[in-house]
Design a protein around this ligand. Sequence first.
Ligand code: AHG
Ligand code: MN
Ligand code: MN
Length: 325
Amino acid sequence: MELGTTFTQFLIEQQRKYPAATGDFTSLLSEIATAAKILSREVNKAGLIDLFGYNGKQNVHGEQVQKLDQFANDTFIKALCHTGHLIGIASEEMEEPYQIPDSCPKGKYVFMMDPLDGSSNIDVNISIGSIFSIYRRKGDSENATMDDFLQKGRDQICAGYIIYGSSTMMVYTTGVGVHGFTLDPGIGEFLLSHENIQIPSRGTYYSINEGNALNWEKGVSCYVEQAKQKGKSARYVGSLVADFHRNLLKGGVFLYPSDRKNKNGKLRLLYEASPLAFIVEQAQGKATDGTENILDKIPEKLHQRIPLIIGSPEDVDEVVACLSS
Ligand code: AHG
Ligand code: MN
Ligand code: MN
């Protein structure tokens, strides 16, 4: 049987074709893939660990399940800090950025991540993910500074996510299309399965936490009502990566808007909204906070939250029309 194109082979070909866009960080991306494989293995065991917990070993195993966010964070850091490409790493799980130690070679990029997205779904066997974003650093000081991290989404040089679902997939862009790879567990390689993903211009799904409806602003209620009138189906996993991935492939819109309780929504600009916005634009979709393109937002804080409306371009336009009417 013929072996498909591996992630590494694809990266090398891309680098040859688009040297300016792909940059010189192929080995960094390969290490991200390695971290993803380790996490995929652990995530697959999480259900098993929970089962053991039910049998009276809840302390140790319960802790391990809860600690999957921390494990994911540490796995990425361990895999990436030696590559020589990075100067710093920021993460949802760390208040302050991690500085590449002097014992490791330092590089010109910063890496930002949501190491484990959809944590509430870990121990109930529902898809979860990891999201990442890479920028060229701004300064040249000994350590990464806040300016290196607080860059607008449009300046990303790479963004991607991994979904640990019915299969494990990695989807990424360096600004020349969006490509998806499925992990073949038999050989432990990501193989090209979705080349040049394009989001449908309109979808049949809308994804929003309807439990927040009492706090919605009028425009959001208006859109959801309109979606129902049009016969659209609701789909909401509660893992951003999973909801986004479905809408990217099938078409649809995901909303986590501002509401009366959460003025800035819930999701984080730098390692949730921005990377997915870069991916969706490369796939011909759109991402906005309701008034401005997510990729044009200038971040003020590392862990800043932002309202997010993302998905098929015509659906996003309809949401924005409702919000501004
Ligand atoms: P995380 O697990 O990284 O904290 O992210 C959770 C996020 C996101 O994955 C999802 O879309 C959203 O929280 C769900 O929030 P609600 O439960 O409020 O709907
Ligand atoms: Mn998240
Ligand atoms: Mn997370």
